[in-house]
Design a protein around this ligand. Sequence first.
Ligand code: BGC
Length: 420
Amino acid sequence: MSIKMKLLAGVVLAAAAGFAGAAQAQVKEVQMVHWWTSGGEAAALNVLKSNLAKEGYAWKDVPIAGGGGNQAMTALRAMVTAGNVPTSVQMLGYDITDWAEQGVLADLSPVATKEGWDKVIPAALQKFAKYDGKWVAAPVNVHSVNWIWVNKAVLDKIGGKEPTNWDEFIALLDKAKAAGVIPLAQGGQNWQEATMFDSVVVTTGGLDFYRKAFIDLDPAALSSPTMKLSFERLAKLRTYVDPSFSGRDWNLATAMVIKGDALLQVMGDWAKGEFINAKKAPGTDFMCFRFPGTQGNVVFNSDMFAMFKVGAERQEAQYALASATVDPGFQSSFNVVKGSVPARTDVSDAAFDACGKKGIADLKEAVAKNTLEGSMAQGYGQKAPFRAAYQEVVDKFFNGQIATADDAVKQLVDAINAAK
Ligand code: BGC
């Protein structure tokens, strides 16, 4: 063998060893940034952790509390800037699109194509989970925000029934007040008030109005008397909240309803995860009603696991996570615990309780009737700067830092314009 041949053979051997080395050097670990820190959320996340553990993956948890993910997104930016890129991140709507635009998200299409995601994930979710024809995120679920969660014993005690429109809602809250019960359990963070306001706007102006205002950012809708009335109604709701709501976490507000200290909470169906975690059952201990006057509409957000471009040694873990997430069995077992409904359209509702079954049926109907729309408060209406503007104005108004509904409308229009 000539020296040249020997050298070449050496290179080939080294390359083969390198290849084998790379294959062995796969990092069997999933590092996940998320904001699932409440009892119900942690229980749901455990389903995923244990499924991945069975496949030999360790779990590196990066929890950053705060619904809607505002804090998590801030922390994520810091991590990415420091070169510490997680395997995966819980993300919502336009945040995914924003990172995808920057070209930093991984391509999950090899998994998605093999598993036929295109056929089973609704178009409304694909709009965010895909970018430039490639899958960049694995959809976990569909949540919706236009729900109220009611303590059954308190409802019975005050002689109340399901309110189906705004006036009946107010009458019910008045009944609770008269009976000396806190009518409305509310937390005190901007995303919580904005999440409630999504529903107030839909019941006040209808879904078409909501779309004009928040999806089209139509100046006439944003500055309309209907928007003013929506703020007036939000102010009315404020009168049913106890004095110590400021800074309260959403799950503590849910706990008030679970314990019967308050009649109800307006919150996305992640609240159901808290009832389930407290061993409460729908129909017996609590009721799930659509926010009065929004029946037939589903204002949604969907948790997705966005994946960043990582080194080859971490790619298998990403693919394993993506596959485990969209797996039909997981979509059922996780969402039963989480309070959400499957992101896939082909998962049976058999394992779900009455609220889950309703959620699945409502979603199907909303897709068929085009009454499914993204939540402005939860990052599915507009990009982050608009959502932030919305959350801030709604929060200031709720906290009395903006005095009148007229001023709130003006400040909303200004803040939306400034975000453009
Ligand atoms: C997420 C839910 C989460 C909730 C409260 C929402 O933004 O979509 O999955 O349970 O925040 O943390």
